[in-house]
Design a protein around this ligand. Structure first.
Ligand code: 2NE
Length: 257
């Protein structure tokens, strides 16, 4: 598959997958999701690769979720909502290698969900985390909600979704959403150190460990599938469209109308 929206680099046992849409703060459209799914499987089943790093291009954003400029009562690609986002999240979980999120800036909306799904996450001190769905007429009702509550705790996860606040890298570390925080200039070195530690370990033992963690939260995949079906109906409503339009028009949404 030729990539236009992502970059793929493999070397020294590490595959680095970079969402390369910095002008959109690395938001994903349908094509981006397809390429990410392809790249994750390419890395995941390559015997020369022991660990996968997922990141975003530039220093502004890791990923800001669905590309709102490609949203018109649904996104521009395949799947229930026009984005195979639940397949993307599953690909992160299903490949038998640890996936490390290198969070170099905003991890917002679906971007925060990608961080949630990754096995490990290392953030720049400048990274900012949060969910925005209820601000923009959307929600990621599966791994985005239920897995998040396993990661950060139920009350904190509900706060993240029900207030749509932004959180610093230090706050993300304190709540267990990321494993480590590094100054921006040291982020790559820190990620490389974690990769080397992973590469020194038994790949089969790591694969079994990863799958056993996944097995325990696998029912959430079904909740997500159900939720996406509801989301596709919600996207047809005036309430949802108000959220998308308000973001694109750079104004506050008015959901009370
Ligand atoms: C990331 C954030 C908080 C940044 O805010 P700010 O004020 O620093 O910058 P600004 O002006 O909002 O964004 C900078 C540029 O990036 C674009 C903006 O439109 C803007 O472009 P220009 O005006 O300079 O041309 N941009 C940022 N995020 C974008 C996006 N997601 N799609 C398209 N363009 C984007 C702020 O921008 C923000 O909150 N962004 C996230 C917006 C959002 O609604 N994300 C989707 C949530 S729903 C979702 O992800 C999802 C899912 O997880 C599962 C299923 C379905 C959907």
């Amino acid at each position: 598959m030729d990539y236009t929206d992502i970059l793929y680099h493999a070397g020294g046992g590490v595959a680095t997958i970079t969402i390369n849409r910095p002008q959109k703060y690395n938001a994903f459209r349908g094509r981006t999701c397809e390429e990410l799914i392809d790249a994750l499987n390419r890395a995941g089943w390559d015997k020369a690769i022991g660990v996968v790093v997922l990141t975003g291009a530039g220093d502004k954003a890791f990923c800001t979720g669905g590309d709102q400029s490609a949203h018109d009562g649904g996104y521009d690609g395949r799947g229930t909502i026009g984005l195979p986002v639940e397949e993307l999240q599953s690909a992160i979980r299903d490949i038998p290698k640890p996936v490390i999120a290198r969070v170099n800036g905003y991890a917002i909306g679906g971007g925060n969900v990608l961080v949630t799904c990754c096995d490990l996450a290392i953030a720049s001190e400048t990274a900012i985390f949060g969910q925005v769905g209820p601000k923009v007429g959307s929600v990621d009702p599966g791994f985005g909600t239920a897995l998040l509550s396993r990661v950060v705790g139920e009350k904190r996860a509900r706060e993240i979704w029900m207030l749509c606040r932004r959180y610093s890298a230090q706050q993300a570390l304190d709540m267990g959403l990321v494993n480590a925080v590094a100054p921006p200039a040291e982020l790559d070195a820190e990620v490389a150190r974690w990769c080397q530690e992973v590469l020194a370990l038994s790949p089969t033992a790591l694969a079994i460990a990863k799958r056993s963690f996944n097995a325990d939260s696998e029912s959430i995949r079904g909740i997500g599938a159900l939720g996406m079906q509801a989301l596709s109906l919600f996207y047809q409503t005036e309430e949802s469209r108000e959220g998308v339009n308000a973001f694109l028009e750079k104004r506050k949404p008015d959901f009370r109308r």
